[in-house]
Write a protein that binds this ligand. Structure first.
Ligand SMILES: [Zn+2]
Length: 241
């Protein structure tokens, strides 16, 4: 497992400080840097690589118990798992599912005989390895995946707020409609050749326009909160009408 799943251990040094208190030092292979950001924002191939490392650890009898972004290091597209201070013995893990052979799969059946380890299943779900045919808009609105919406990784980068009118109590269905319209607008712009970095910059204006149009349709006055008020700016024409 050393040098493949966890960094190599070169030795243990033991000594005493000036005040004679004992000090122990692990000398480990230097391997890259800790992951930045959340697991769920990684692309599917990186998620698969990391999860397969965890599977190897399980097959080596190791239950990590503190598996988190801060305990994964990356170098040149490869990964190692670190910090085994909470690890416990994990005899005979029955997981045989190979994540790298299932990149892009939407789901796996609960009774699939290759996924019989609750800990690995939980980590894969937390990492959002399978999307289960849905996307999350604005973090909490769940809708079926379809061609009019961007991929989840793009959705995360174009995150916005919905329900920005200060005098309106939006029903959850209205918030979902606004979120879908906003992301459909973004997808239409991407399909027309807009650059993602430009759309990231335009998020507040597009959010404003999507709300403004919805309020006009519903004949409900629209008074956005200050940070979202783009009424003084040149109107930005929406592609999706
Ligand atoms: Zn296991």
């Amino acid at each position: 497992m050393q040098g493949g799943v966890i960094p190599k251990l070169y030795g243990v040094l033991y000594g005493r400080k000036h005040d004679k208190s004992p000090v122990l030092c692990l000398v480990l292979e230097r391997f890259g840097n800790r992951l930045q950001g959340e697991f769920r924002h990684l692309d599917a191939s990186k998620k698969a690589k990391i999860l397969n490392k965890l599977v190897e650890a399980h097959h080596g009898g190791l239950l990590h118990l503190d598996f988190a972004e801060r305990n994964v290091v990356e170098k040149d597209g490869d990964f190692r798992i670190i910090d085994l201070r909470h690890a416990q013995n994990h005899p005979e893990c029955r997981w045989t599912y190979d994540f790298e052979k299932h990149i892009g799969d939407s789901t796996v059946a609960d009774d699939d005989p290759t996924v019989r380890c609750s800990a690995l299943m939980r980590h894969a779900e937390e990492m959002e390895f399978w999307d289960h045919g849905v996307v999350y808009l604005c973090r909490v609105i769940i809708v079926p995946k379809n061609d009019k919406l961007p991929d989840q990784s793009v959705i995360e980068q174009l995150d916005t707020s919905v329900g920005i009118g200060t005098c309106t109590n939006y029903h959850p269905n209205d918030l979902a409609t606004l979120a879908v319209r906003y992301f459909e607008e973004m997808k239409a712009r991407l399909d027309e050749g807009a650059k993602l970095k430009d759309l990231i910059r335009l998020r507040p204006q597009i959010t404003y326009q999507i709300h403004k149009r919805w309020h006009e349709e519903q004949k409900i006055d629209f008074i956005p909160s200050d940070q979202w008020d783009y009424s003084g700016r040149r109107s930005l024409k929406l592609l999706t009408c």
